[in-house]
Design a protein. Structure first.
Length: 202
């Protein structure tokens, strides 16, 4: 049987289309399985915040906000409030010593205050369970039993008053749930020092 050059040319033109169809048919189940796996394992954790004094999803909040959850605090081994600044864009939290307690100097978008003078309010408002801290002294605190830390960037005077021209740091404690569970953390140090942290949910 003889094959004409014209027939061979026609076969070569059809070959790429056939290979493409075969490849699509073989890869279809693989792509579908991959998409199904992504739907099952690629879901993001839903974070609920109260930046506007009502519970809403972090993605639905019309505010430049960073939320550091209890899981994030545990995973990153944060122990002091100034350490959350490592994960917040356009923010700088630093520890400083003051006359009457540990101080956290907070700056957001370049606005803040180093001075711990009673005559001045800081440019970044710090709230602990919605209680305003009017001075920088004592704002560096332990993150023990924290549910989350919310950092709002930019002026927040509408909801938080004049002391929040740079932004707001909200530290929100965990609420008791009555699970009868607890934990103990023991950290050894130099010169026979031992740090003990414990908590119990009644």
């Amino acid at each position: 049987m003889k094959t004409s050059p014209r027939r061979i040319s026609r076969l070569w033109r059809c070959a790429p289309g056939g290979f493409a169809a075969l490849g699509a048919w073989l890869s279809g189940p693989v792509v579908a399985a991959g998409a199904a796996g992504a739907d099952q394992t690629g879901q993001l954790e839903e974070v609920v915040v109260t930046a506007e004094y009502r519970e809403e999803k972090l993605q639905d909040t019309p505010v430049a906000i960073t939320a550091i959850t209890a899981h994030d605090i545990d995973q990153r081994s944060f122990s002091d409030s100034f350490e959350v600044g490592y994960t917040v864009p356009n923010a700088s939290f630093r520890p400083a010593q003051a006359a009457f307690g540990n101080t956290m100097t907070a700056f957001i978008r370049g606005v803040g205050q180093y001075d711990f003078d009673f005559a001045f309010e800081p440019g970044v408002g710090v709230y602990v369970d919605d209680v305003y801290q009017p001075f920088t002294m004592g704002t560096q605190m332990d993150l023990m039993d924290m549910d989350r830390v919310e950092v709002l960037r930019g002026p927040q005077g509408t909801l938080f008053g004049r002391g929040s021209i740079g932004g707001v740091v909200r530290l929100i404690s965990k609420k008791a749930e009555g699970t009868d569970t607890g934990y103990i953390d023991v950290t050894p140090g130099s010169y026979k020092r031992i740090d003990l942290r414990a908590g119990y949910d009644f």
